[in-house]
Design a protein around this ligand. Structure first.
Ligand code: AGP
Length: 614
């Protein structure tokens, strides 16, 4: 959601901050700002709007070697210049940028007002700057880290916090509770960010802060410590850096006009990465090293439950279908956002699978924490290495999709499905799945990247169909069994980037109500795999046609001529793996509908890439 950037070193800090903020724009934002120390004063520049507006507002004459920056996605207070971060205390000594939500902000603001402090913004964040300043009023000799630590004792809520202090002009202090913070370790320079995207062009050596950790960062050294540690660590680096895989180019558009189309086209390669080294031909199974369970423990699993939000939940639903079909273990998926609030019964023989591209989605993280508290077995399937969910789960499977920038998840989702297919294969092969079936699935998975290439090669035909129906105000997405989560995800993609109202329905449920909505202005996208349910799906199409509804069939079957108004063809693979393939033309369908309607595809309205708030 919001983005944080910090720099201390020998470079001109402002271009580094602006460039870092630009690379975080994809997370969704409505205002931006930065603060540097220049001529013994804090210089703060902020504005509603985009990073380019901030760039235009910054005074070119200011040169600084330390600074902090922020892109904001409004939660408390409307998006305007005053509410933009950084926020300062009254004396303009302390500047803070903050991601997350301070839950007791009203109480803190009232307490400060009572003590005569004038708050100038409507934000929860401003209180933090005043609280830190107040700690120095009590103890002038306090270190910045200790002042931050003490101030945070009054705070309830989530934060990724970055603090700059005029009186400590060579250091930055960061703290984390629920919102990501990563340090970038350079040669006599250090970076801080909420996402490696902002620092990967400068360094690949990073330190991820954990929740309840604080760090002090100077140009040549850093140290980390627990927020509750009574004694502050002095000197040295308590946490060793790790190397990030991503390249700066992964965050650039290259020849593409937007990230969503770039990432759709990266899928064959991303999928090859996810499969590499994980398919075992000899035993016709999968090798998922991150799942720390032996054959006996795998056999002991009596149920598999997938937990994720939005598209990650739909991917989990596809995973549940795969696990039931291939491993014959009861399986289902639930939105993590519901699970965490409903006091779930946690069964020790259930394998819980947390699903998340970003690894930072708060609802999913909370569900994992609840599971762990209740002794549940949970593994993570996440894309971003070092992210909170991956670390909280302790073990799991990385998706290896590479950085995903567009708000609409595409390549990560495809790799989630492939990962669940491998998990289902692994669970099946320690049970009753025959070697022959195992070999069939292994071969089917190996063929998937080529099939994806064939779908992408037919992009223009899919685009034509999308443009033909782009005038519709509403659409149905219809599927059954394997096709049902595909339909849900197809509807989700269409609504989030095109703003066309799309509703998914099980084909079998149409006659129980929604058929009443079918008419000439309600096109239906129908998932029609060439499987044992083909005749059922053909009769669904006929029911819709009989009521005048236009039909777009997405199929790998040979349908009767003129049955559908438009056909999107999908290559034929192993039937159990169909969802993986059927999903991709629906991404292109949504993309080209949104393009035809002139939408800002990478930054859909009201949405952000990762939802780290309640
Ligand atoms: C996907 O297109 C959506 N933007 C959204 O539903 C997303 O999948 C969801 O917020 C979960 O994100 P995560 O995978 O990063 O946890």
């Amino acid at each position: 959601m919001c983005g944080i950037v910090g720099y201390v070193g020998r470079r001109d800090a402002i271009p580094v901050l602006l460039e870092g903020l630009r690379s975080l724009e994809y997370r969704g934002y409505d205002s931006a700002g930065l603060a540097v120390i220049y001529r013994n004063r804090l210089q703060v520049t902020k504005t509603a709007g985009r990073v380019q507006d901030l760039r235009a507002k910054v005074n070119d004459r200011i040169k600084a070697n330390i600074g902090i920056g922020h892109t904001r996605w409004a939660t408390h207070g409307e998006p305007n210049d005053i509410n933009a971060h950084p926020h300062t205390d009254t004396a303009a000594r302390i500047a803070v940028v903050h991601n997350g939500i301070i839950e007791n902000a009203e109480q803190l603001r009232a307490g400060l007002a009572k003590r005569g402090v004038t708050l100038v913004s409507d934000t929860d964040t401003e209180a933090l700057a005043h609280l830190i300043a107040a700690e120095f009023a009590h103890d002038e000799q306090a270190s910045l880290e200790d002042a931050v630590r003490r101030a945070l004792r009054h705070v309830e809520g989530t934060y990724g916090l970055l603090v700059l202090d005029l009186q400590h002009p060579g250091e930055l202090v960061v703290a984390r509770n629920g919102s990501p913070i990563v340090l970038g370790i350079g040669q006599s320079e250090m970076f801080v960010a909420s996402d490696v995207a902002a620092l990967v062009r400068y360094t690949k050596q990073v330190v991820y802060l954990d929740d309840a950790e604080v760090a002090t960062v100077h140009a040549t050294d850093y140290h980390t410590a627990g927020l509750d540690d009574s004694v502050r660590h002095t000197g040295g680096s308590s946490k060793e850096p790790t190397t990030v895989e991503a390249e700066a180019g992964d965050y650039e558009l290259g020849a593409y006009e937007d990230f969503m189309r770039k990432e759709i086209h990266e899928q064959p390669e991303a999928l090859r990465r996810a499969l590499r080294g994980r398919l075992d031909d000899r035993f016709a199974t999968a090798k998922l090293g991150g799942i720390d369970l032996d054959a006996r423990q795998l056999r002991g699993i009596r149920q598999v439950k997938f937990l994720g939000c939005g598209s990650a939940y739909y991917a989990g639903q596809m995973g549940a279908v795969l696990v039931e079909e291939l491993a014959r273990i009861p399986s289902d998926a639930e939105p993590a956002s519901e699970f965490r609030y409903r006091n779930p019964v946690v069964d020790p023989d259930t394998l819980y699978v947390a699903v998340s591209q970003s690894g930072e989605t708060l609802d999913t993280l909370m569900a994992v924490q609840e599971l762990r508290r209740k002794g549940g077995q949970v593994i993570g399937t996440v894309n971003v290495v070092g992210s909170a969910i991956g670390r909280e789960c302790g073990h799991g499977v990385f998706l290896h999709a590479g950085p995903e920038i567009a708000v609409a998840s595409t390549k990560a989702l495809t790799n989630m499905e492939a990962t669940f297919a491998m998990l289902a294969l692994l669970l099946g092969r320690v049970r009753d799945m025959s070697t022959a079936t195992g070999q069939r699935i292994v071969a089917g998975l190996r063929a998937m990247p080529d099939h994806l290439e064939a779908i992408l090669a037919a992009e223009e035909q899919i685009a034509e169909t999308a443009r033909r129906f782009a005038g519709a105000d509403h659409m149905f997405f219809i599927g059954r069994v394997r096709g049902w989560p595909v339909a849900r995800e197809g509807a989700q993609k269409l609504k989030e980037i095109s703003y066309v109202h799309a509703e998914a329905y099980q084909a079998s449920e149409l006659k129980h109500g929604p058929l009443a909505l079918i008419n000439q202005s309600m096109p239906s996208v129908i998932i029609v795999p060439a499987d044992e349910l083909l005749t059922k799906n053909i009769s669904t199409i006929e029911q819709i046609k009989a009521r005048g509804g236009p039909v777009i069939a997405v199929t790998n079957a040979d349908l009767p001529a003129d049955l559908a108004d438009a056909v999107i063809t999908v290559p034929r693979g192993e039937p159990e793996l169909d969802p993986l393939l059927f999903n991709v033309p629906l991404q292109l369908f949504a993309y080209h509908t949104a393009a035809k309607l002139g939408r800002d595809i990478d930054k859909p309205r009201n949405l952000a890439k990762s939802v780290t708030v309640e």
